[in-house]
Design a protein around this ligand. Sequence first.
Ligand code: SAH
Length: 246
Amino acid sequence: MWKSGSKTSVGERSDIPADGVRFNSGAARLARRDERLQMVNDTIRSRGVDDTRVLGALANVPRHEFVPSHLQSLSYSDQPLPIGEGQTISQPYIVALMTFLADLGTGQRCLEIGTGSGYQTAILAEMGATIFTVEIRPDFARIAHARLMSLGYEPSQIQYRIGDGLLGWPEIAPFDAIIVTAAPERLPSKLLEQLAINGRLVVPVGPPDGVQRLERWIRRSTGNDASAFEFTHVLNVQFVPLQSSM
Ligand code: SAH
């Protein structure tokens, strides 16, 4: 369903192409790469996300570095994992799908709401975009920042903010893509307003313990009424609730 058409077909591990994938020579980047390649083939490509740039990003980022040490053995199974304070790092398939839906080109600007562990941030940075990531919990933001720096992501690639992501980052809007990694109960209008023309908002929307819908909104014209946007209900999901200071 989410196949992107002209890309390479499903194949063996060695089919993952090197183009679009930046290999960092650091040991952390190379550790457990076979497990990542297996994860990419078995749980992501096989479920229909076959964009080679997205698959390359998932193959390149050491997910085990983003989860608590006692859960590292589960890093490459397709499941969300707790990262503390009731928060979770999303399952790899959902990270891949949201990254695909964000459709980031090199040099584009992406706002991420909910830095968390920094895993989704790293995947977005692997797409060659500049990431602006907002986290409401200062301790999470600090740890993610340190982790991403140690993995080699430059300050020019990722900028960090502590605050309520429901407000977006209006001073530096508009964005080519906005990804929300916790679920608001209602569509956040301030985020829609901060989309560039053809910009994509990827967001899970719904109650904390009910059905949440993963939605994509694409801005097709100026203005903020519904007619300015193209809407897709992608699938139903379960995310931790987005908190709000409003
Ligand atoms: N994408 C993250 C996982 C996010 S879990 C990862 O890959 O690890 C959801 C995150 O959203 C948590 O870190 C939580 O603290 C944060 N969050 C919740 N409400 C928020 C808000 N209003 N603004 C910014 N961050 C928020």
